[in-house]
Design a protein around this ligand. Structure first.
Ligand SMILES: *Cc1c(COP(=O)(O)O)cnc(C)c1O
Length: 419
C-alpha cells in the first residue's frame, strides 16, 4: 500500500497530514514513512525465507541514524563503504558481526576500524588491497573473513553513472583473474578468502543482467572449490530497482527466483545489500512553490528545493514523480509546467513539460521516491542550509535531523591568520 495517499483532499504520510509537518518544520524537508520501509524490508526478506540469507542494508542509500535503526530493529545487517558509515551502523545498533564493508578504496585507517570492530566480511577489490588488509590483520593479530569482488563484465543496462559490472568500470577484479586472486589471498596470512562478492549496478529494472552475473558467480564457485578454495558465502550486492515514473520493475520474488535457479544448489550462505529498494519509495522531498514565471514559451515553477537538496535529476537525468499536496480536482484542466529549483545552474531542473492542474505560488508539492540517494547526496551549494529530515510512524512524527542554520554553516569557515 502507498503510505503517501490523499485523505480528505490532502496528501498524508501514514496518518500525518503533510501540512502539519511543514507548519512545524518548514520547507524543504525530507519525510520518511517507517511503515513503507518496514514493508519493503519484509517483502525483500520474505522472498529469501528459504535461503540462508543475510540482508545487509546499504547504508549509503540513506544513512540517517534513525533510518538505520529502523532496519536494525527488523534484524538487518549493514553494508558500509566508509569508516563514517561503519560508525553510523554501529551507533544505530547494528552489531559488527552483521556488517559487510565494501568499496574500491579503503584507507589503512578504515581497514583498521573494520578489524577493530570485528566486522563480518571485507569485500576486497584489488590485489593491492588484499596485501594491505593482510598486513594490517597480521599486525593486529586477527584473521579477516574476505570476499573478493569480481567484475563479471555484465552490462546492467542502467544509467552509465551507476553501472559497475563492466570491464571498463573501476570495480572489482576481472573474473578471468579471479582464480589467481583467490590463490594469492589463500597464501596471505591474516586472510580467509571464503566469499565471492558481486554488485553490477544500481536501479536494475530487468533481472536478465542479474541472471548473467550470478551464472558467472556459480561457475566461478565450482571452479574455485575444485581448486581447493572453500567458498561458503556469496555476496550478491544490491541493485534491485524501483519504479520512479511508472517503469515496470522486478519484485523480490522475481529476483529470488533468478538467485535460486543460478545459485540455489551451491549450499552457500547468501548476503544481499539492498539500498534503494528498501528506502526509495519511503521518502518524499516536500517543497513549496516560490514563484510561477511565464515567459510566453514556458511556465516555470520555481520551488524552494534545489539540486543541492536532491541531486539525482541533475546527476543522472533521473525523473521523479511530483504531486500536489492538495488533491487536484479530477475535472480540472491540465497545463504544462517546468519544475525548477532556485540554484544558478540550468541543471537545477526536476521535470520539464509536465502536466498539472493549475499550480499556484505558495502551494506545497511532494517530490516522490526520494528516500534513497536523496538527503545523503545533499550539499550546501549556493550556501543553502542542509535540508532537515523527518520520520513518520503512524500518527507520530519526529525530526531526525534538524535544518542546518546559517550560523552553523558559517561557523565552519575561518579567516586566515593574516586577514
Ligand atoms: C551502492 C551499492 C549497493 C546498494 O545498491 P542499491 O542499488 O541501492 O541497492 C550495494 N552494494 C554495493 C557494493 C554498492 O556499491
Amino acid at each position: 500500500m502507498d503510505e503517501f495517499a490523499y485523505k480528505n483532499g490532502e496528501m498524508h504520510v501514514e496518518n500525518v497530514p503533510l501540512s502539519s509537518i511543514v507548519k512545524d518544520i518548514g520547507s524543504p524537508v525530507y519525510i520518511y514513512s517507517t511503515r513503507e520501509m518496514v514493508n519493503a524490508y519484509k517483502s525483500f526478506s520474505e522472498a529469501f525465507n528459504e535461503h540462508n540469507a543475510k540482508i545487509c542494508f546499504a547504508v549509503k542509500s540513506n544513512s540517517n541514524l534513525a533510518v538505520i535503526n529502523t532496519f536494525s530493529k527488523l534484524g538487518a545487517g549493514a553494508d558500509v563503504v566508509s569508516a563514517g558509515e561503519l560508525e553510523r551502523a554501529l551507533t544505530a545498533g547494528i552489531s559488527a558481526k552483521n556488517i559487510v564493508y565494501s568499496g574500491v578504496g579503503k584507507t589503512n585507517k578504515e581497514i583498521n576500524a573494520g578489524l577493530k570492530a570485528g566486522i563480518y566480511q571485507f569485500n576486497v577489490e584489488s590485489l593491492v588491497e588484499l596485501r594491505a588488509l593482510s598486513d594490517i590483520a597480521v599486525s593486529r593479530n586477527v584473521n579477516a573473513e574476505v570476499g573478493i569482488r569480481i567484475n563479471p563484465d555484465v552490462d546492467a543496462e542502467t544509467h552509465q553513472k551507476i553501472s559497475t559490472g563492466r570491464k571498463q568500470d573501476k570495480f572489482g577484479i576481472n573474473i578471468d583473474q579471479a582464480s589467481e586472486a583467490f590463490a594469492m589471498a589463500s597464501s596471505l596470512p591474516g586472510i580467509n578468502p571464503i566469499s565471492i562478492a558481486v554488485h553490477i549496478g544500481s536501479q536494475l529494472t530487468d533481472v536478465a543482467p542479474f541472471n548473467d552475473a550470478f551464472t558467472h558467480v556459480a561457475n566461478l564457485t565450482r571452479k574455485l572449490r575444485s581448486e581447493g578454495i572453500p567458498i561458503s558465502r556469496l555476496d550478491l550486492g544490491g541493485g534491485l530497482g524501483v519504479s520512479y515514473v511508472g517503469e515496470k520493475t522486478p519484485t523480490p520474488i522475481d529476483y529470488a527466483s533468478v538467485v535460486n535457479s543460478t545459485l540455489g544448489d551451491l549450499s552457500c550462505e547468501l548476503i544481499f545489500e539492498p539500498g534503494r529498494y528498501l528506502t526509495a519509495k519511503a521518502g518524499i522531498l516536500l517543497t513549496r512553490i516560490i514563484y510561477i514565471k511565464d515567459n510566453g514559451l514556458k511556465r516555470f515553477v520555481i520551488i524552494d528545493a534545489a539540486m543541492n537538496d536532491l541531486l539525482r535529476p541533475a546527476l543522472y537525468n533521473a525523473p521523479h514523480t511530483i504531486q500536489q499536496v492538495t488533491e487536484p480536482e479530477e475535472s480540472s484542466e491540465l497545463k504544462n509546467y517546468d519544475i525548477v529549483g532556485p540554484v544558478c545552474e540550468t541543471g537545477d531542473t526536476f521535470l520539464t513539460d509536465q502536466p498539472f492542474s493549475n499550480l499556484k505560488s505558495d502551494e506545497l508539492l511532494a517530490i516522490r521516491d526520494t528516500g534513497a540517494y536523496g538527503a545523503v547526496m545533499s550539499s550546501t551549494y549556493n550556501s543553502r542550509p542542509l535540508v532537515p529530515e523527518v520520520l513518520v510512524n503512524h500518527e507520530d512524527y519526529a525530526l531526525i535531523r534538524p535544518r542546518e542554520t546559517l550560523k552553523e554553516q558559517l561557523k565552519r569557515d575561518r579567516l586566515a591568520p593574516w586577514q
